[in-house]
Structure formats: structure tokens, C-alpha cells
Design a protein around this ligand. Structure first.
Ligand SMILES: CC(C)(COP(=O)(O)OP(=O)(O)OC[C@H]1O[C@@H](n2cnc3c(N)ncnc32)[C@H](O)[C@@H]1OP(=O)(O)O)[C@@H](O)C(=O)NCCC(=O)NCCS
Length: 245
């Protein structure tokens, strides 16, 4: 296990600047990035419970407070944004750092090497502050923290039905490499190698609902690398990644 102090130091080093954001009514506010600790778990859990109450369990995994305590106690990092004026938690993102024997979602796509892996393990944005790109900001911060700790592979999952989440993961450069039932529901398994180039080449559109077609391409070594339709996704783009991780 990586020492808590090393994780906190790495997260602080990579901490982004404060952000200018908009609330649900369009009012301006400033959000500052915060490394959250065990004493912040009740704030994180409160936001998580509110988000879970409004979401289907197929799209958002429910985690008890003990999960967040374990993360803050050495399994990973709890990163967040809070209001600069009122200190209210606007968003959190979890990244965990598996050990040699720790289970992680990369195993579903044949990635065995736990000590080189970082897993995005949950993210939520307060409903009144969505649309400010906070998942992407937290994703970049989690990736930079992982890289600083020598973690080369970043893995994550998202439900095909959770469009804002998979759009953001693709925007961060993660690639869909599998489609599996995990955490109790069907989810894409994402991966990126922080030390390798982004995949290039021709990409083929596949319908968002054509999960059989997507599965066939994934089994043939293709990966989901993008989408068409901009802010209202219409199709996923798959590219031939045969021979690449
Ligand atoms: C997924 C999530 C973190 C993204 O939040 P975010 O970073 O604020 O999203 P973005 O800033 O990228 O918003 C992009 C667009 O999607 C919209 N959007 C974001 N989340 C949305 C949601 N749950 N439902 C509908 N639209 C949503 C935004 O309003 C914005 O629309 P616009 O482009 O027309 O302005 C947020 O929706 C959330 O907390 N969902 C519940 C928890 C969850 O699903 N976590 C991931 C799985 S563990």
C-alpha cells in the first residue's frame, strides 16, 4: 500500500487552480480544489447519498461511508471542489491504487499488474453545479496524481446509460476496452496507458444501443475512442486497436 502521506503530497502537488463556475441559476461562484481526508468523509458521503437517491443503481454504484474511510486511509485519494466562500462540497472524485493482490476493474480486460494501476472509483457533482466540467477537472487531477505516484495505467467503469460520465471519460482520453457486468450492472471498462500515445486511425460509428455490435468489436480487439453528435451523443466511434493495450 502507498503511504497516505505520499498520496496526499502527490495530490497537493497536482492540485488545480481555483475555478470560475456557474450555479444552476447562472450565478458566478469560485470553486477551490481540496484534498479530502478522513475527517471529510461525512461531507463526501452526504453528497454521495443525495446523488444515489436520485440515480438508478445501474448507473451509480452505492458505497457506504466505510468505503470512503478506507480510501482516505491509504487505499487512494479523495479529491474535491468546494465553494471558496461557503466551503460547500461541490464535487468529489475517488482514485484508488490497487496493491499486488487487490481486485480492480482492469482485470476484466486482462490488465493484471495491480501496482501499476490507478482506478477511478467514483465521482459525483452536486446537481446544482453540473455542466461546469467538474468530472473532467477531477479526472485530470486524479490522472496527474496517479502518474506522480508511478501508476502507469488508469482504469474506470461507466454504465452505457450514464452518458455524461462516459462522454467525460472518453474526453479524458480513456478508451472503452470491455463491456461487462460488474458492480451489479452492465458497464463499459475503460483504460488508458499514461505512457503510450493516444490511438489513431480510422474509426467506425456504432449505434449507442447496438451493444451486441460493440461487444463484437471489443472481442476483436477494437476499442471505443470517441463519439459523434457533440453534446447530444448519437453513436460511439470504435477503432482497431489490435495488438495495443
Ligand atoms: C456524471 C457527472 C459526474 C458529470 O457531471 P459534470 O462534470 O458536471 O458534467 P459536465 O460538466 O460534463 O456536463 C456536460 C453536460 O451534461 C449535462 N449533465 C451532466 N450530468 C448530467 C446528468 N446526470 N443528467 C443529465 N445531464 C447531465 C450538463 O448539464 C452538461 O450539459 P450541457 O453540455 O448542455 O451544458 C454528474 O452527472 C453526476 O454527478 N452524476 C451522478 C453520479 C455519477 O453518475 N457518477 C459517475 C458514475 S460513478
Amino acid at each position: 500500500m502507498t503511504a497516505v502521506a505520499d498520496i496526499v503530497r502527490a495530490a497537493h502537488r497536482e492540485r488545480p487552480q481555483a475555478l470560475a463556475a456557474r450555479d444552476a441559476l447562472g450565478g458566478p461562484l469560485v470553486l477551490r480544489a481540496v484534498v479530502l481526508g478522513a475527517s471529510d468523509v461525512s461531507r463526501v458521503s452526504d453528497l454521495h447519498e443525495r446523488v444515489c437517491a436520485a440515480a438508478s443503481p445501474d448507473t451509480v454504484r452505492h458505497d457506504p461511508p466505510e468505503f470512503f474511510i478506507r480510501v482516505a486511509s491509504g487505499e487512494g485519494a479523495l479529491l474535491g471542489f468546494e465553494g471558496a466562500e461557503d466551503g460547500r462540497l461541490a464535487a468529489y472524485g475517488v482514485v484508488t491504487f490497487p496493491g499486488p493482490d487487490t481486485d480492480h476493474c482492469g482485470r476484466l480486460i486482462g490488465l493484471a499488474d495491480g501496482p501499476l494501476v490507478a482506478q477511478f472509483n467514483g465521482v459525483a457533482v452536486d446537481p446544482s453545479l453540473r455542466g461546469n466540467g467538474l468530472q473532467r477537472h477531477l479526472g485530470r487531477w486524479r490522472m496527474a496524481t496517479a502518474a506522480r505516484l508511478g501508476r502507469r495505467h488508469v482504469v474506470s467503469t461507466a454504465s452505457p446509460r450514464n452518458v455524461p460520465s462516459w462522454v467525460n471519460l472518453l474526453s479524458l482520453g480513456l478508451v472503452i476496452r470491455g463491456l461487462h457486468v460488474t458492480y451489479g450492472a452492465l458497464r463499459y471498462v475503460f483504460h488508458t496507458d499514461l505512457e503510450a500515445d493516444m490511438p489513431r486511425g480510422d474509426a467506425r460509428p456504432v449505434g449507442l444501443d447496438d451493444l451486441a455490435g460493440q461487444r463484437k468489436l471489443l472481442a476483436a480487439g477494437w476499442g471505443g475512442v470517441g463519439w459523434t453528435g457533440g453534446r447530444r451523443p448519437e453513436a460511439l466511434l470504435f477503432a482497431d486497436l489490435t495488438g495495443r493495450r
